[in-house]
Design a protein around this ligand. Structure first.
Ligand SMILES: [Zn+2]
Length: 198
C-alpha cells in the first residue's frame, strides 16, 4: 500500500472484499447519508445519481476549496495545442481505444490537464480497465474534476471536465474497482504525463 493511499485512508477498506461501493460510501458517510443513497437507489434514480453519491463519499484533501477558473476563447485554446488535443478537450471528441498514448502506460507519475496543466490523476489510482483508454478510480482531489450530465449518443452518461479550464477529459462510470467503485475513463489526448513522484 503506497503512501497516498495511506493518507487517504484506503487501506482498511481496500482489504475488505465484502464491501461494495455502496458499503464504502456508507462507512465513509455515516448511516444518515448512506440511507439517502439507499433511498435514491430504491427510488430507481439514474446511474448519474449513484455516481454523484459515491463521489461525495470519497475522502480527499482540498475538498472545500474551489478551483480558480482559467478561461480562453476557442481561438486561444486552438493556438496552444495540437488538433487532436483541441478536438478532445474543447470539442468533446473521443480518441480510439488502444490507439492512444497512455492506455498501457505503467510508469509512476502525474497526469496533468493537457490544456491548463492542472494535476488531475496519479499513477497510483490508474488501473487496467480492459477498455483501451487510461482509467483511474479517483482524481487526485475532488476539486480537480467536475461532473456534467452528458445525454449525447442517446444515453445518459456523466462527463468529466477539468475543474479549472472546463476541458473535456472523458466520462466516469460506477463499475470501477475498490475503494471508490468508480471508473474515470479518460482520453490520453486530454492528459500530459509527468514522470516521477510529486
Ligand atoms: Zn484544465
Amino acid at each position: 500500500m503506497n503512501t497516498r493511499n495511506k493518507q487517504l485512508g484506503f487501506s482498511p477498506l481496500a482489504k475488505r472484499p465484502e464491501l461494495t461501493a455502496l458499503g464504502v460510501a456508507a462507512l465513509l458517510l455515516g448511516a444518515g447519508c448512506a440511507n439517502q443513497i439507499a433511498q435514491a437507489q430504491n427510488a430507481g434514480q439514474t446511474k448519474t445519481a449513484k455516481v454523484a453519491a459515491a463521489k461525495v463519499a470519497f475522502p480527499q484533501k482540498n475538498n472545500d476549496s474551489p478551483t480558480p477558473k482559467v478561461t480562453k476563447t476557442p481561438a486561444q485554446w486552438k493556438a496552444k495545442m495540437d488538433a487532436q488535443t483541441f478536438n478532445v478537450t474543447r470539442e468533446e471528441g473521443t480518441e480510439p481505444p488502444y490507439r492512444n498514448r497512455y492506455w498501457d502506460l505503467h510508469e509512476t507519475g502525474t497526469f496533468q490537464c493537457a490544456a491548463c496543466g492542472l494535476n488531475l490523476f496519479t499513477s497510483e489510482t490508474k488501473f487496467e480497465s480492459g477498455t483501451g483508454w487510461p482509467s483511474f478510480y479517483a482524481p487526485i482531489a475532488k476539486n480537480r474534476t467536475a461532473d456534467k450530465t452528458d445525454s449525447s449518443l442517446g444515453v445518459t452518461r456523466t462527463e468529466v471536465e477539468c475543474a479549472r479550464c472546463e476541458s473535456h477529459l472523458g466520462h466516469v462510470f460506477d463499475d470501477g474497482p475498490k475503494p471508490t467503485g468508480l471508473r474515470y475513463c479518460m482520453n490520453s489526448a486530454a492528459l500530459v504525463f509527468v514522470s516521477g513522484k510529486k
